[in-house]
Design a protein around this ligand. Sequence first.
Ligand SMILES: [Zn+2]
Length: 386
Amino acid sequence: MLDINPTSPGHVLAVLRAHGPLTRQELQERVGVSRVTMVERLDALRRVDLVRQVGFRRSSGGRRAELLAVNDVGRTALVADIGQSHATLAVADLAGSILARHDLRLSTRHSPNETLPMLVAEARALLATSERAEDLCAVGLSVPGQVDHDTGVTTAPPTMREWGSVRLRQPFADAFGVPVMLENDANALALADYYAMGRPEATLVGVKVGTGIGAGVVIAGRALRGETGSAGEIGHMRVEGSERRCTCGRRGCVAAEASGQALVRALREHGVRSVSDVVRRVAEGRPEAVEAVSAAGRLVGTVLATVVTIVNPRHVRLGGEVGVLPPFVAALRSTVEANAHANALRKLDIAASQLGDRGAFVGLSGLVADEMLSPATVDALCRRAT
Ligand SMILES: [Zn+2]
């Protein structure tokens, strides 16, 4: 049931999260309740350890008043960014600080049924080293594919075919006994930039170009998922004049021409064997690599111009190993500017993400925080504690 009591403990915490730190009186005025009610609400929140004192503010009368903030450092999230050939695990607090991190390579010879128990074991070990296992409140996972959020199953990972119909949520839920949240990797990255920008009240489109291509659209603080989890899947929009076979099984997708995987293939005769090789050649200024990456930027820019015209975002953030390369960003920007509707360009700002490889963690820990500190979750927690 949806709790719409606008003065419940969960709602008070939401106000504190958005505007804190605040004194009890300031909080009281913002929520619009009596002193007695606010004291009760804060007691309820203290019982579940969700508020903490972070200092004092001197009032006009000279009295010191306690400054209160959300206790987002006392709870822990386990976050994992699962890719095609690697996975990165981290233990983070709900403020997004990384407390421990572990990078591992995944063998493509292993099926998800072999890989998942291994990831669970690694996660357990990482939690133990971080000494925060007791505080674990949720798990957040990102995968380069589409996710059925109701069932916790991957539906159509375009670059990881063997990862289709994988029950991703269950092994982690069984192992840790806490809620498990799943997100598409491009959505997690788009959310990361949104959180890192201080949760602006503006629409943001995040585009990830790594091995594959994906995009996430963040509107009013939430990633647009669509009815079946495939919103933002720009890598599989068709481009005119291409008949190249894509990993999704169709022909002529943007990803078949402009993804990291496609660039590796296009540059193979120049000795390129991996996406990291592409990045290195561009850094060295090798003309064939710079031209291939620019062409990819133009192609992704063509489909992004359509997205920009439809969605009319304020910010576009580019991530992924290829997505942040300067020739890619420049080619994409000029293509969007030449092709999107003029009015949609007026306030548009396109830039490379500054988050680097922390992006997925920032996005996932923020997602976990939004869920675990939501008014409904907090009210349920307070009810159980009384
Ligand atoms: Zn495709």
